[in-house]
Structures are given as C-alpha cells and as structure tokens.
Design a protein around this ligand. Structure first.
Ligand code: HEM
Length: 508
C-alpha cells in the first residue's frame, strides 16, 4: 500500500514538473512584497509545514513584514499581518479583493461555489447577500428563532444538571448544541434525517479544512479532475445531496399539512423556497443553489459558535476572577426568576466584554476566508497580480503588541468604554472579517452564544477534574475549519442553589 502511494506521488510530482518546466511564471517582472525564497514547483509550501498555520505565518511575518509574499504551489499568495494593511485590502481596495478563490471542496460540496461564502463577487453573490441580510439573518429573523434557542438551551442545561458532580465533556456537548440549533433554525421541527445530515456535514466540514493539492495547482486541469473524482469526496457529496432531498421532501409534506392546520412557522428552508417561488431573485434560484446556501449556514454557523463557546468557557475557568465577576453579574440580574431570559441578556455588560475579549484571543476563523484579486493593482508600492490569493491573519493582528497591551492576556476590561465592535471598522479587531465579505451571521451567532453562556454561568459553578489548578488549564489549539481546543474541555458542574433547576429538583 505504501509503495503504491510513493509511486503515485512520484508520478504526480513528475507530471507537475513537466508542466512547470514548460511554463515559466511572470512573477520576476513584478515588484512583489518580500517573502521567503520559494523552491521550484512547491514554492513556499515547505515553509508552512507544522500544525498551526496562523502561528507559522505570524512568525514568518515577523521576519518578512506585514505584507508578505509566498508562492504556494503555483499560486501567488499574500499574507497580511497589520491593521493598516488589512484596511487597504478590506476597505480601500475592497472591490478588487472581494473575490474568493474557487477551491476544491466548495466546488464539490457547495454546488460549484454557488453558496454565499465562495460565490464569485458579482451579481449572483450580491443577490444572495441581500437575501441573507434582509430575509435569512436579519435581526427580526434572529429574534423569531428565540423560542427555538430557549428550548435547545433548556435541553442543554437539563443535560448538564443530570450529570452534576461528574465530569462532562463540554466540547462535545457544545458541538451538538450548535449543530442541533442550526438544524432547527434551518429545517424547523426535528426531522428523521437530521442526525444523519449533521454527521455528514461534520464529516464534510472536516474534509474542507484539510489541505488539497488541487488548490495550489489550479491551472493543472488533470489534478482538478482527479481530485473532484476522488471516491471519498464523491461519495460524501452524493450522500449529502440525497439527505438534502429527503429533508426537503419531508419538509414539503409537513408544510402542506401544517398549512391546513394553520400552524406553519417560517424556518430558513421556508424562506429560501418562498424567495425561489416569488421570482424576486435576479436569476432563478435553483434547488442546488438553496442547498449550497444551507451548506454555508451549517458549516459557517455551527462550528464557529461552538468553538467560540468552548474558548469563552476555557478562558473563564482559567481566570477565576473574571469567572466570579461574570457569574455575579448574571446571578444578580436573574436571581429573582431563578432562570436567564433572553430579553435581559443586553443588561449583562461584563459578559459582553468577556465574549469580545475571547474573540480577540481566539477568533474561530483566525485567517478569515481567503480572498482573491480580480485585477492587478498596487499596494504600498508593491505590484499585486490578478488572481493573487490573500490571507488576512486576523489572529496575529489581534495579538499584535504594537496595537494591544499585554496582547496574550485575557483582560475583558480592555473593551470597557471602547468603541471597537464586531463590524470590522477597526481593523485591529476583525473576528468576523470586514468589508463587503464580512460575516452576515454576527447577530445569529452571538444570540446562540450569549443565551447558552449566561445559562451555564447562572445555573452552575464549574470545577476542573483531578484537582487541576485553574491557571494550568491546557489551552493548546488544533487547526481545522475553525481553530478549536486540541483537548476537549472537561469540567464538573456544581448546581447553583438559587437555580430554578435546583428548586424544582428535577428538569421538566
Ligand atoms: C461566532 C460566530 C461566527 C464567527 C466568528 C464567524 C466568522 C466569520 C468570518 C471570519 C468570515 C469571513 C469574513 C471575511 O472574509 O471577511 C465569515 C463569513 C461568513 N459567515 Fe460567519 N461567523 C460566525 C457565525 C456565522 C453564522 C451564525 C452564520 C450563518 C448562519 C455565518 C455565515 C457566514 C457566511 C455566509 C459567510 C460568508 C460571507 C461572504 O463571503 O459574503 N457565520 N464568518
């Protein structure tokens, strides 16, 4: 088996070599930003060898500067590591860099990049964005999902309560909470294909976060064809597509019945189907387009929120002072009712600071989603060719000692009286990106984070197992679609006396 892999790899290498010996690149005529010297064929790929790419890129940028050039395979790539330059790419020249590279996995899983995150910058993407902002993810829509959130959060805390005093793997629970919540928001009532769909999408998400050789040799057509036909990818795509059809089938049947009973409520599938029916969308919206958008909602929405929750709780456990302050705030606000209500969440000012500070230290998508230039331009005196891939290292920027004091320390108070928000206007803090491609799911993401967090802090005190000291909590990261904890967050919940869970003695 190993011998076959070596023969195949050598064959691929040889074919790429032949191709590159035939086709010289034009980089030498341009004044590109500085960067490490590339090797033939692989370029700078060897420079990225290691588990945490955002750390490696930060370290390289310390040597080559905040605008660094790398050649990854055949792709000219720029890495941006300062707020000033991030502003150049995401504000001053935003139109030129509003494109996305057409990567292998979104081509296969997101119906040829017809989702929002990977659709090329143009009319189709503009229409999708509009649907997102006005219909799918508007504040009114986010508000309309409140009963679903409350139900799912209640299920979560009830599950924790039954495990009081024993070790719970919060990482695992948080993941199923966010995926489950997204499924309810997208499909409405639980359907019989939901579990299957969630496990498929989690598997596809894992594949998406991996490295694809096709993405660094886009002009080598046979690599594209072979990669797209990879049996693993094809099989997964077919399964996902079939499950989508099953879900839509069941959804249609249910909506028909519910309309008769006058009970229908709008979930995201309803909204997308009604946009499709209305014909308001510029080009007709196909069923595959709807599936592509739903792929985004799941992969961009679930993984990020559970990662954020995991890091927020980790930072609080590691800083008992901040934990005490946050819990006192939540308990003072909700002691009278014994339970947290979403309508009062906005009063929790310190909790908001805790979330903000955690997203600075641990932006779930640390290098945002790559962009691609649609034409040649010049930035800071350097030439940027058309189709240059741009990586913005938001993680490194939000820990830059030139812009943040004690950058690696968890200090929620630093955001007290600060005008910095999530809207990407101040480029030293961009956990949701910025410019035209900024995340459209900020409100939905925050709503699912805030309610669960407040509930977990209200109803329980949290202890580390095995007599571990709080300050020693392991915070090692692992790279994937989002940067999560390497080791699951295992904690022991101890119910709070004034919690309605304790008062009722059981969970309804
Ligand atoms: C804590 C939660 C979340 C974080 C940290 C986050 C972060 C991000 C980031 C960094 C980007 C790339 C922005 C850029 O390239 O400038 C992005 C894009 C996107 N996010 Fe989020 N996100 C979150 C939640 C959500 C949710 C809940 C949804 C939807 C349900 C969502 C949907 C999207 C979509 C569709 C895009 C692509 C936008 C485009 O290319 O036009 N995100 N997100």
């Amino acid at each position: 088996m190993e011998l076959i892999s070596i023969i195949c790899a050598s064959f691929v290498f040889l074919l790429v070599l032949i191709k590159f010996l035939k086709k010289p690149t034009n980089d030498s005529t341009l004044k590109l930003p500085p960067g490490p010297k590339p090797l033939p064929i692989i370029g700078n790929m060897h420079n990225l060898f290691g588990p945490l790419t955002h750390h490696i890129l930060r370290d390289l940028a310390q040597k080559y500067g905040p605008l660094m050039h790398l050649r990854l395979g055949e792709v000219t790539t720029l890495v941006v590591t300062s707020p000033e330059l991030a502003e150049e790419f995401m504000k001053t020249h935003d139109v030129i860099f509003a494109n996305r590279p057409q990567l292998l996995c979104p081509r296969v899983f997101n119906y040829n990049c017809t989702d929002i995150a990977f659709a090329p910058f143009g009319e189709y993407w503009r229409q999708l964005r509009k649907i997102c902002v006005v219909e799918l993810l508007s504040s009114k829509r986010v508000q309309s999902f409140r009963p679903i959130r409350e139900e799912e959060v209640h299920k979560f805390v009830a599950g924790v309560y039954t495990n009081q005093g024993s070790v719970v793997n919060l990482s695992k629970m948080l993941c199923s909470y966010t995926y489950g919540l997204t499924a309810r928001v997208a499909f409405g009532k639980k359907n019989k294909y939901q579990e299957e769909f969630i496990s498929l999408i989690m598997e596809a998400t894992k594949m998406t976060s991996g490295f694809a050789i096709a993405d660094v040799y886009p002009s080598v057509k046979w690599i594209q064809v072979i990669s797209e036909m990879s049996p693993k990818i094809k099989r997964m795509q077919k399964l996902l597509d079939k499950t989508f059809d099953n879900i839509f089938g069941e959804h249609k049947e249910r909506s028909r019945q519910e309309t008769v009973e006058g009970e229908a409520k709008e979930d995201l599938v309803d909204v997308l189907l009604s946009v499709q029916k209305s014909g308001d969308f510029g080009t007709p919206l196909s069923l595959d387009n709807i599936k592509a958008v739903l792929m985004d909602i799941f992969s961009a929405g679930s993984e990020t929120s559970s990662t954020a929750l995991e890091w927020i709780l980790s930072e609080l456990v590691k800083s008992p002072e901040a934990m005490k302050k946050t819990q006192e705030e939540v308990r003072t606000a909700f002691d009278a009712s014994g339970n947290v209500h979403e309508s009062g969440i906005h009063e929790l000012k310190y909790l908001q600071l805790v979330i903000r500070e955690t997203l600075r230290l641990h932006p779930p998508v640390p290098m945002l989603i790559p962009r691609e230039s649609s034409e040649q331009c010049s930035i800071n005196g350097f030439d940027i060719p058309e189709k240059t891939r741009v990586i913005i290292n938001a993680w490194a920027i939000s820990r830059d000692p030139e812009h943040w004091t004690y950058p690696d320390k968890f200090i929620p108070e630093r955001f007290l009286d600060s005008a910095i928000d999530y809207q990407g206007k101040d480029f030293k803090y961009i956990p949701f990106g910025g410019g035209r491609r900024i995340c459209p799911g900020i409100s939905l993401g925050l709503a699912s984070i805030e309610l669960l967090l407040a509930q977990l802090l209200f109803h329980f005190d949290w202890k580390l197992p095995g007599g571990q000291k709080n300050e020693e909590l392991d915070m090692t990261e692992v790279f994937g679609l989002s940067v999560r904890r390497k080791n699951g967050l295992n904690l022991i919940p101890v119910p709070y006396d004034n919690s309605s869970l304790v008062k009722q003695g059981q969970v309804s």
